[in-house]
Design a protein around this ligand. Structure first.
Ligand SMILES: Cc1cc2nc3c(=O)[nH]c(=O)nc-3n(C[C@H](O)[C@H](O)[C@H](O)COP(=O)(O)O)c2cc1C
Length: 349
């Protein structure tokens, strides 16, 4: 990909603006969580004050099993977003994903927009991010490894986003050899690797293939929340390609489907994201077997409205909804709540 530095930065800026100013969520496809409900337990036999929703992730203890997933970095607004997300994630003790570090690979000036996260968040896991299509070329350079060290991350996530790249006017659609590049990364890096989508979902076959090559963590990023077909359509100028993008507005594997399929695959730990914008969807994701729940755009929007406080409040709502979900299903901690089929059921079953 031979985008200029400015092109990448402008694209990132466009994305932040479009997600805040326009309705770019799926409209016909939903996450699927509304098909499930918790089995209310009117006789829980526990004290709410004994309910504990903390969990371990990448060697840290989190106050709740939540990750703010990849968004910011690369330019001024990305830097202030990462600062805000880091402050809030650190005070509430949740995990933080950074946006793609691609801009920093090309331009050392952009490094501070990622490194700022560790500065404001010394006590939580921070995950760097890079596109699969950019991985092969980055592996050849020593920059990647130095950069990860300089930013001070605990893990790296690799995004698989073929449809987003195909719809992007300046996208990189070369996905040949991506599986092999991930294998090489596993062999050359000592950090944990998470493979994620960006909102179109990971299928059961893709997760199985990832597990076979040695990936332990996936972030399914399913359909039902942010639609990248809708976002990119807003950026496309060419009338023909605008029409093509519209064809894909409802494309993707709903988050619930991707979650249910992925948690069945042995040896894989699942981060459930994509349209998780309420505490109850978050709670259902954990009850259905996710190790963490994740969200991106909902945190961007509250940051835009109310800065760090807005993010802290949304995290607190997720935490309280989860705590009450445990209490009202008679479960005391995450290990007895996660993947517990006796507390949640499909409506109509
Ligand atoms: C403004 C914005 C920027 C994003 N940038 C990245 C990125 O750099 N790398 C990545 O893997 N995902 C990126 N994503 C995708 C999110 O991490 C997430 O997978 C997706 O938005 C679905 O979650 P949501 O429905 O909670 O927004 C971005 C999302 C948003 C809203």
């Amino acid at each position: 990909m031979n985008d200029s530095k400015n092109e990448i930065e402008n694209r990132k800026k466009d994305h932040l603006k479009i997600v805040c100013d326009e309705d770019v969520n799926y409209q016909g496809v939903s996450t699927g969580f509304e098909d499930y409900h918790f089995i209310h337990n009117a006789l829980p036999e526990i004290d709410l004050k004994d309910v504990n929703v903390s969990t371990d992730f990448l060697g840290y203890q989190l106050n709740l099993p939540l990750m703010i997933t990849s968004m910011g970095g690369g330019e001024n607004q990305g830097k202030s977003l990462n600062r805000g997300l880091a402050k809030a994630a650190n005070s509430e003790k949740v995990a933080l994903g950074l946006g793609s570090i691609r801009p920093a690979l090309d331009n050392p000036e952009a490094i501070s927009s990622y490194a700022i996260a560790r500065e404001y968040a010394p006590d939580i896991p921070i995950v760097a991010n890079l596109g699969a299509a950019q991985l092969s070329s980055s592996l050849a350079s020593k920059n990647l490894f130095k950069l990860l060290k300089d930013i001070g991350v605990d893990a790296i996530s690799i995004h698989l986003n073929p449809l987003q790249e195909a719809l992007q006017p300046e996208g990189n659609t070369s996905f040949k050899g991506v599986g092999r590049a991930i294998e090489i990364l596993i062999d050359t890096i000592s950090l944990p690797i998470i493979v994620k989508e960006v909102g179109f979902g990971l299928s059961v076959n893709v997760v199985k293939r990832l597990q076979k090559i040695g990936i332990e963590w996936v972030d399914i990023a399913g359909a039902g929340g942010t639609s990248w077909a809708r976002i990119e359509e807003k950026r496309i100028k060419n009338k023909f390609y605008k029409k093509v993008a519209k064809e894909f507005f409802e494309w993707g594997i709903p988050t619930l489907q991707s979650l249910i399929d992925s948690v069945k695959i042995k040896g894989v730990k699942v981060i459930a994201s994509g349209g998780i914008d309420t505490g109850l969807k978050f709670s259902k994701a954990i009850a259905l077997g996710a190790s963490l729940g994740g969200a991106a755009a909902p945190f961007l929007r509250v940051w835009k409205e109310n800065d760090v406080e807005g993010i802290q409040e949304l995290i607190s709502i997720f935490k309280e909804a989860l705590r009450l979900s445990l209490f009202c299903t008679g479960t005391k901690n995450i290990s007895s709540f996660k993947g517990n089929t006796s507390i949640i059921e499909r409506i109509g079953n």
